[in-house]
Design a protein around this ligand. Structure first.
Ligand code: IYR
Length: 224
């Protein structure tokens, strides 16, 4: 193997019992997460947003190119502009583009084209994937495994916010090109997700849906 510069990495080794406790505690925390659509307008400390984005930025990425940008939107005017643009796309989606099969799949969620949470929630985080990078001369630099890398980062973003006690909604109005215009991001960046962040409203309700059982998602190949 070619010799790239390296540094020592020696994370403390834990006992099996400690590891199981840590994994169980993390699972218990994460399984309590629910996607929320009913947000309180209570403010949220921007430090929590900063830490969550820094956490997202620890994700592994193709060739360590870290092909992500995050725009944290807290001002009412920008939130309003996003709501207006998103609802316009969503109306087209629900009335024309989705089709019967997709609408059937969505019916347990009870969603529609109205997106008041885009204004109610204190923060929106627009996540952009850098489809290509730019070198010092402005030339294109190829990026690898971009959707995979940014999706992992989004998972960490959601885990951080949830572990802090905040509610999130992974919102994906499609197409989302309006986010480039409103957030002032360049054309090499493709919006992947608009994460809505805040506290759940008092009395908030979530769909009565469940997660798949372990037996449906985990398949072992081990020595019998
Ligand atoms: N973007 C639309 C529709 C939507 C699509 C899927 I797939 C969902 O899991 C949820 C909603 C909306 O936000 O209403």
């Amino acid at each position: 193997m070619a010799t790239a510069p390296s540094i020592a990495y020696s994370p403390p080794r834990r006992s099996d019992a400690e590891m199981l406790d840590a994994a169980q505690a993390f699972f218990d925390r994460m399984r309590s997460r629910r996607t929320v659509r009913d947000f309180s307008c209570d403010p949220v400390d921007p430090e929590l947003i900063r830490l969550a984005v820094r956490t997202a930025g620890t994700a592994p990425s193709g060739a360590n190119q870290q092909p992500w940008s995050f725009v944290a939107i807290g001002d009412p005017e920008t939130k309003r502009a996003i709501r207006i643009a998103a609802e316009e796309e969503e109306r087209r989606f629900y009335e024309e583009r989705a089709g019967e099969e997709w609408l059937d799949a969505l019916s347990p969620l009870g969603t529609d084209a109205e997106k008041p949470f885009l204004e109610t929630a204190p923060w929106l985080i627009a996540v952009f994937a850098q489809r290509w990078g730019l070198n010092d001369e402005g030339g294109r630099v190829k990026h690898y495994y971009v959707p995979e890398s940014v999706s992992i980062a989004i998972g960490l973003l959601i885990a951080s916010l949830h572990s802090a006690g905040l509610a999130t909604l992974t919102h994906t109005p499609s197409p989302m090109a309006f986010l480039n215009r409103i957030c002032g991001r360049p054309e090499n960046e493709k919006p992947l997700v608009l994460l809505v962040v805040g506290h759940a409203a008092e009395g908030a309700r979530v769909p009565a849906i469940s997660r798949k059982d372990e037996s449906e998602i985990l398949f072992w190949k081990v020595v019998e």
